[in-house]
Ligand binder design. Sequence first.
Ligand code: ZN
Length: 190
Amino acid sequence: MLKPDLVFVIKTAGLYCALAFGFSIIGIFLPEKVHQVNPLYSFSAEEVLGHILWGLVAGAITISLRYFLLAGSFAILVDSDHLIGLLNIESVSRMSHSIVFGIISFIIIMSFFGKKNYLLGATVIGGLLAHLSFDAFRGNDSKFPIFTPFYSGMIHFPHVDWIFLQVAAVAVIGFATLLTRRKTMKKTEQ
Ligand SMILES: [Zn+2]
């Protein structure tokens, strides 16, 4: 029972990581680019664990190991955009912390791993929201280019926003869980 779930999580998370890094490459071509710090120097265990925890909390509402682990994975892998810093070049920081990336990853992950699986799609969006929540929680004034690549100026999020972002993450995944449950209940009734 456990193995198919783990395989699914690893495959989906792997594609998500590639997408977040791939999307960050667009930042090289945008006018707002700045020099990128090597992520190996800015790495912090507290940040990694915090992101995973926030994602797991949002995913727990599904009461499904698969989506619980996926939400934790997506929530940390949003930061795969930091890998662009390994190239020692100029780019827009935190490209994946954007609405456009949320939509693109939602579409691509669902088309690869479950076309009508809205719970999967909701976990992608919830993972991103949980990620932004922890970033806001850690900083006093976090900023993300949430409209990039259309507008790559940094939008500021005050500390208190972490609560709204995390509530939104739980709500999105919770709503999809309810819908999915109702669908399967209807099917078994028939
Ligand atoms: Zn981040």
